[in-house]
Write a protein that binds this ligand. Structure first.
Ligand SMILES: Nc1ncnc2c1ncn2[C@@H]1O[C@H](COP(=O)(O)OP(=O)(O)OP(=O)(O)O)[C@@H](O)[C@H]1O
Ligand SMILES: [Mg+2]
Length: 307
């Protein structure tokens, strides 16, 4: 009571206690924006990383083994927050400037020679890329820059300024494009190349750890909601056993597990049959050395796993 009186007495100098706590809970409510979706299971650490990146308005750099849901995360954020998703798939030939805009000189030349269009308005020949469109959008959007490590080393460095300032200049027209609403930027990497320190400094980072048994069962249920419990149990035992084999170099991932279960179910393979034999191994293992070593173990010991 005394504390409340003291705070109220000085309310013009500092916020009173009830207001401060109310603001805190409003802040907390607006912080916990992303919670995953019915189709995408996000661990608490991943949700936190997404929400921190949104709150700080910094790009979120996502790394993780292939098939751990890096790309579909951006779709899930877009669905959960009701924002449009713009995607920029990076290739080895991608240039940072392509994501901003390209000046379609060929079209202009064609129009000059054959068309009856007015070619003096250069703005009609500026084609915005995903990054450029995300800046120009009136609504806040999710921008996915997928597989940034596919491009050359200069690519991330070339984006520093635009990602920092969220603006760029169209040289041909002199126009400055400034983000109307800062997009939620999700950048994925398979770590094929090291990313420059200056780039990393500007991002929030999260590594998607490979899901444990329980999380994986939840992910599988998203894709196979009516899978029989015993089949799920057997499948997970065999899957994690395969991943644990030191001689298996290309370990099967979440997406391969989902495909494997689909194949087993279509073929009517029961959990009992799975204990004797691992069918359709080619869905899980993609290197012949990996297949040979697993089949070799089977020939030597008469079994695959130790269960
Ligand atoms: N947490 C998850 N919840 C639901 N589905 C998931 C999850 N993680 C992965 N999947 C499923 O696994 C598949 C692969 O996901 P995705 O393509 O996003 O992986 P990735 O990490 O981008 O792989 P790559 O590095 O090969 O591009 C998708 O079909 C996706 O639905
Ligand atoms: Mg991907």
């Amino acid at each position: 009571m005394r504390l409340l009186g003291f705070v109220m007495g000085t309310s013009r100098l500092r916020p009173s206690l009830p207001h401060a706590s109310m603001n805190r809970s409003i802040d907390a409510m607006s912080f916990h924006q992303f919670t995953g979706t019915d189709d995408y299971i996000a661990s608490q650490e991943l949700r936190d990383a997404v929400n921190v990146a949104i709150a700080l308005e910094k790009p979120l750099l996502i790394r993780g083994e292939p098939g751990t849901g890096k790309t579909v995360l951006a779709e899930a954020i877009s669905a959960d927050l009701g924002m449009e998703l713009l995607t920029w798939h990076i290739k080895s030939t991608s240039k940072a400037s392509d994501g901003l805009y390209v000046y379609d000189t060929v079209q202009r030349l064609n129009d000059a020679r054959f068309g009856d269009r007015d070619i003096t308005d250069i703005r009609t020949y500026i084609k915005y890329g995903a990054l450029g469109r995300s800046f120009r959008s009136d609504q806040r959007v999710v921008l996915l820059i997928d597989e940034i490590d596919k491009a050359d080393m200069e690519f991330p460095n070339d984006l520093l300024h635009e990602l920092d300032r969220m603006s760029f200049v169209v040289d041909e027209t002199g126009e400055t494009v400034e983000a109307r609403r800062r997009p939620v930027v999700i950048i994925t990497s398979n770590n094929e190349k090291e990313l420059p320190d200056a780039f990393l400094r500007r991002c929030v980072f999260h590594y998607i750890a490979f899901p444990d048994h329980d999380l994986m069962a939840d992910i599988v249920r998203v894709h196979h909601p009516d899978v029989e419990e015993e089949l799920m149990r057997q499948v997970l035992i065999q899957f994690y056993w395969l991943r644990d084999q030191p001689e298996v170099r290309k370990r099967p991932s979440t997406s391969e597990l989902i495909d494997w279960i689909a194949a087993l179910r279509r073929a009517g393979v029961t959990s009992a049959k799975l204990e004797e034999k691992l069918p359709f191994l080619g869905v899980l293992l993609k290197r012949e050395q990996d297949l040979e070593s697993v089949l070799g173990r089977r020939a030597r010991t008469g079994r695959y796993s130790s269960n």
